[in-house]
Design a binder for this molecule. Structure first.
Ligand code: GDP
Ligand code: MG
Length: 163
């Protein structure tokens, strides 16, 4: 597979909502593995005639609390290996959490293009709040609302440049 976009981030930031929006009305593919692989969903997406595969990570296999953070980190490590582009989703309503910082640390060490996607920016007032995420040290931030679709076009315009 080529042109793989992996969506990573801690629980509840809106990864699956973004995945569903990007893969709208397209069939999910491949879902027949075990363990950490089973904890990923693969779907097809398209933007301005460019086709790509989107991977949603986390949330499909029950985790006990003590393996939870380790499982998220493992998903990030796999994404760094297999993806062409990584979307690191964070949540404007919570700001930066310890786990966000943790994931950012892993991603800063990777050579893959990483997009900081600040989700739940549902209205214009929240753009100012979103700027705190520059502190993750991963460069530009992309403010979106996976719920309304706002900002996702500008994000994808940049993402497809890496294929
Ligand atoms: P995941 O655990 O990262 O996959 O997050 P989900 O996609 O399951 O979303 C977690 C919660 O955030 C759900 O209640 C979503 O409806 C909500 N959510 C997702 N995207 C947005 C958004 O853009 N704006 C708002 N206000 N809520 C959102
Ligand atoms: Mg999810």
């Amino acid at each position: 597979m080529s042109n793989i976009v992996a969506i990573v981030g801690r629980p509840n930031v809106g990864k699956s909502t973004l995945y569903n929006r990007l893969t709208e009305s397209r069939k999910a593919i491949v879902d027949d593995f075990s363990g950490v692989t089973r904890d990923r969903h693969y779907g097809q997406a398209e933007w301005t005639d460019r086709q790509f595969t989107v991977i949603d990570t986390g949330g499909y296999v029950a985790h006990s609390d003590d393996v939870f953070e380790a499982a998220i980190r493992e998903q990030v490590v796999i994404a760094i290996e297999e993806a062409s582009v990584i979307l690191f989703v964070v949540d404007v309503t919570t700001g930066i959490t310890d786990l966000d910082d943790d994931i950012a640390g892993l991603l800063r060490k990777s050579k893959k293009p990483v997009f900081v996607v600040v989700n739940k920016v549902d209205n214009n007032n929240q753009h100012t709040e979103a700027s705190v995420f520059y502190a993750l040290g991963l460069g530009e931030i992309y403010n979106i609302s996976s719920m309304t679709g706002s900002g996702t076009g500008d994000l994808l315009d940049e993402v497809i440049k890496h294929f």
